[in-house]
Design a protein around this ligand. Structure first.
Ligand SMILES: [Zn+2]
Length: 219
């Protein structure tokens, strides 16, 4: 056996150990004992995060809040749960709330995605149903279907996106769970601007790692 080959085997063995360690820590982070089958025939526990979806309504009656009903948003949430089931991630409880905010808080968000005025106003409101991940629905947002401010567990979705509603919400949740845009296959959830909903194994693993981190931080 040549030295280079020995080196390669040592590296592979070390990588296997690291991967095994990650799998173990993810598992211990999860109190839920439900499980889903994986592609290789093994079982993994379902990671369950709470998700709250907010219907933003303008107190001044302007049309920049969402025109959706709570029932429509709840239906989106149920479809999102189906899409994320492929990664063994579930959203429960799934809460839908209506919150009234001023035009002054909504307008900067609609025009250029500035979230500070909204959260400044929301900070004065009780948030008993805030989820581990929180989505906000509004009429429009600077021409995009949805967005998730970096480093937050918050996302926004517009009323009439160019791709299916559940896909937009699921895609933004993907960003919150550490995923970047996919560039090759339009069938993937993280490809920008398509109706794809597939998560590859690497994306599932990354999203589960971040979901485990959220659960761990709050235990
Ligand atoms: Zn995106």
């Amino acid at each position: 056996m040549r030295p280079r080959r020995v080196q390669a085997i040592v590296v592979i063995a070390a990588l296997t150990l690291v991967l095994a360690a990650c799998a173990a820590s993810t598992r211990t982070a999860v109190p839920d004992d439900s499980a889903t089958a994986t592609a290789d025939g093994g079982e993994r526990e379902t990671l369950t995060l709470s998700l709250t979806l907010y219907r933003l309504v303008d107190t001044e009656g302007a049309s920049i809040g969402s025109a959706r009903t709570e029932a429509e948003i709840a239906a989106i949430g149920e479809n999102v749960r189906e899409i994320w089931a492929q990664a063994g991630i579930d959203f429960d409880p799934l809460v839908v709330r209506t919150v009234e905010v001023s035009s002054a808080a909504l307008l900067p968000l609609v025009v250029d995605g500035e979230v500070d005025p909204l959260f400044d106003e929301l900070a004065r409101v009780d948030a008993p149903d805030a989820g581990q991940i929180n989505g906000f629905y509004l009429s429009e947002a600077f021409g995009v279907n949805g967005f998730a401010p970096t480093g937050t567990r918050v996302f926004f979705v517009v009323d009439e996106p160019t791709v299916p509603d559940e896909r937009v919400t699921s895609h933004e949740i993907g960003h919150i769970l550490g995923l970047r845009h996919a560039t090759r296959d339009p069938g993937r959830l993280m490809f920008s601007g398509t109706d794809g909903t597939t998560l590859n194994q690497e994306e599932q693993d990354v999203a589960r790692y971040f979901a485990g981190g959220i659960l761990n931080a709050e235990n």
